[in-house]
Every structure is written in C-alpha cells, then in structure tokens.
Design a protein around this ligand. Structure first.
Ligand code: FAD
Length: 339
C-alpha cells in the first residue's frame, strides 16, 4: 500500500544533520529522499525545544530551534527534495550501490547509499519513577519538553535535572514564571560556565531557588492538576514544593530501534564511523549527527553539518562510479534560482 521510490541516497532522519546533508547531496547533484518517523521535520530542535535559543550556530548569534529548521528547509527548497514523513525506516537489505529499505507504512525505497541521521534513534525522555506519573503526563502537569513558553507565565514550576537542558530552561522560564524550584540530586550542575553565572543571578533575584541535593519522591494533586512535588535527600529529609508543573530533564532515552538490527557495529546507542568519511562498518552506509561517534565527537548541531558534507563527498563515487568529483565552491556552482 506504500510508495515505491528509487533514489541515490536515503537520508534517515530529518533533524538538522539530515536536512543539511540533503543540501550537500543536492549541491553535488546526488538525488536524495528524507525520511522521518515524526510528522514534521526538525528532529530534536522542533520536537524538544522549538522556542529555545541556540547560540552556537556559526553566523547566527541567536536562533530558536524552530527558526533554525525553517532556515535549513529554505536552503534545500530549490532542490525539491522529496520527504516521507510519519514513516519509520525498519528493514534494510542489499549492499552498497543497491540497498532496499522498508518503512512501517509499507513503503519500499531502492537506493545506492544510506545516510543515517537518526539522532538518538526513536527518542523519548527518561522518565522519573514516580507513582501516578502517567495521569499527570496525560494532563500536561508533568512534561519533558517546552513547546510554548507562554503556558508557564506566572506559574510555579519544579524543574528537575542537573544538565544543560534543566539550566537553560530554568534561565529561559525565569523571565516569565512566578517561581522555579530547581531540583538536582547533586550540589553541582553540569552546564556552560556562562549559563551557571546567569543562574546565580536568577537565584539572587529570588525567582529561582536551588533545591539540592534532593531527588524527586512523589507527586501531589488530584490526579490531573498538580499541587506540589515531594522531594527527598538521600538521608530521607523531605520537602514539599508547591508547583503547578513538573518539568523533568533527565536526558533522552536512546533507542536505535530497528537500525540496531542491521548488523552495523554499534557502541552504546551510537554508530562508530570513520571520521574522514562518516562511513559505518557497512560499506555504503554512513552515519552523521548525534548518532555518529568517533574520538573527539561533539554532539552539537554544527558538527552534524560538517559530517553531512563529508558523507555527501564520500558518497559521490558510489553514485557516480566513473566520474571524478571536481570540487567546486557553492559560489561557483550556484543553487537553482540563484543565477
Ligand atoms: P535529531 O535532531 O535527533 O533528529 C533525528 C531524527 O531522526 C528524528 O526526527 C527522528 O524522528 C528520526 N529518526 C530516528 N530513527 C528513525 C527511523 N528509524 N526512521 C525514520 N526516522 C527516524 N545543540 C547545539 O549545537 N546547540 C544547542 O544550543 C543545543 N541545545 C539543545 C537543547 C536541548 C534541550 C536538547 C535536547 C538538545 C540541544 N542540542 C543543542 C543538541 C542538538 O539538538 C542535537 O545535537 C541535534 O538535534 C542532533 O541532530 P540530528 O539531526 O543528528 O538528530
């Protein structure tokens, strides 16, 4: 019942790495199709932090997650890259030069090479082990991401976690929330030094209160509306924090899903690649972005961009076996419509 498609490269995952890889392939006149399990493009940037500013994209002093994805989409727009959304890639067979991929919706894709840009795989948040958690998740009282900041205006919040996401959201929401309790099981937070000094300012203003070393213990409320979050130290001292929402940032549960069954070498939910080409242990299959690992790897968007460029160049001879690639800068080549 699904589609049957033939192309040069199937890009699995339409997060920032996959989108930019589509641009790089298109510039080399390599045909490509973007496939994503989610109904919209953008990966983590759109699914997890559409309104959070990103400060480390070259030449963009500050850009929100969703805006970055709009710009990446605009950059490939002239090439008309086909997108298959709401489709999870499941099966892989064949070999370099002629792979067959299948999706959960019954589509078949024939392709010469594959770029896996699947991020954390089929990602989901790590959830705290609390009683009645699901009922509060359903009502929206407990969340793992912030889609619209405005919902938290004048609210009392518990933000749990000790990494970048918890700190970034505490800072961002401290401008609109009534009160934020920042709960972490250690005294120290793991975040950029600049964020930590901003956090000290927010604490000095009284909007943010640090609750450390405490862990989440229980949720209080009527099963839909949250009244408070119970926290406890390792030695059993407890506190009740009055809050309407719990925002838990304990990282992403990484699950390679079907990709783990393809016989590609893996290392704890990542795929080791040759750093100069991004090729995996299976010839013709490349991995870029958060899912790719090698010594010195940074799980940052800018790293995924350059990996997309390397993979596209490494794929060129697979798609054009009898043609040497004479590299040109984008300015000498031009994109369609720019002449
Ligand atoms: P993802 O964005 O994870 O996209 C992967 C896509 O692949 C997903 O859409 C998924 O649905 C799809 N997929 C997976 N498996 C399949 C399958 N089998 N079939 C079809 N589709 C599949 N990075 C920065 O550089 N700067 C920041 O300031 C920054 N802030 C962050 C803040 C937060 C709160 C978080 C969570 C992350 C942040 N990051 C930041 C990290 C950044 O978002 C990631 O490095 C980036 O999203 C990785 O891009 P990607 O394209 O590799 O994967």
């Amino acid at each position: 019942s699904g589609a049957t498609i033939s192309t040069d490269v199937v890009i699995i995952g339409a997060g920032p790495a996959g989108l930019f890889a589509a641009f790089q392939c298109s510039m080399l006149k390599i045909g490509c199709v973007l496939v994503d399990a989610l109904d919209e493009i953008g990966g983590q940037c759109v699914a997890l932090y559409p309104e959070k500013p990103i400060y480390d994209i070259p030449a963009c002093p500050a850009i929100e997650g969703a805006q970055l994805i709009e710009r990446l989409a605009e950059q490939i727009e002239p090439f008309g890259v086909e997108r298959l959304l709401g489709r999870r890639i499941e099966g892989l067979s064949g070999a370099s030069g002629d792979f067959h991929l299948t999706t959960d919706k019954g589509d078949t894709l024939r392709t010469k090479a594959v770029i896996i840009a699947a991020g954390a795989g089929a990602f989901g948040p790590n959830r705290p082990p609390l009683e009645d958690l699901t009922t509060y998740e359903t009502s929206g009282a407990v969340r793992y991401s912030v889609r619209r900041k405005a919902e938290f205006a004048d609210k009392s919040l518990v933000i749990a976690g000790g990494g970048d996401s918890a700190i970034d959201w505490a800072l961002s929401l401290s401008r609109i929330a009534k009160k934020i309790y920042l709960v972490h099981r250690r005294d120290k937070f793991r975040a950029a030094p600049e964020s930590l000094s901003q956090l000290e300012e927010a604490i000095a203003r009284g909007v943010v209160e640090k609750i450390t070393p405490y862990q989440l213990k229980g949720l209080q409320g009527d099963g839909s509306r949250l009244a408070g979050v119970e926290v406890a130290t390792l030695t059993g001292e407890t506190r009740l924090l009055e809050a309407e929402h719990l925002l838990a940032f304990f990282g992403l549960a990484t699950d390679l899903g079907p990709i783990a069954q393809w016989g590609i070498d893996q290392n704890r939910s990542t795929i080791p690649v040759v750093p100069s080409t991004c090729q995996t242990s299976l010839p013709g299959i490349f991995a870029i972005g958060d899912i790719a690992s090698y010594p010195g790897k940074l799980k940052l968007i800018l790293q995924g961009f350059s990996e997309g460029a390397m993979a596209a160049h490494a794929i060129y001879p697979i798609v054009n076996p009898h043609q040497a690639l004479h590299f040109e800068y984008s300015t000498s080549k031009g994109v369609p419509g720019s002449e």
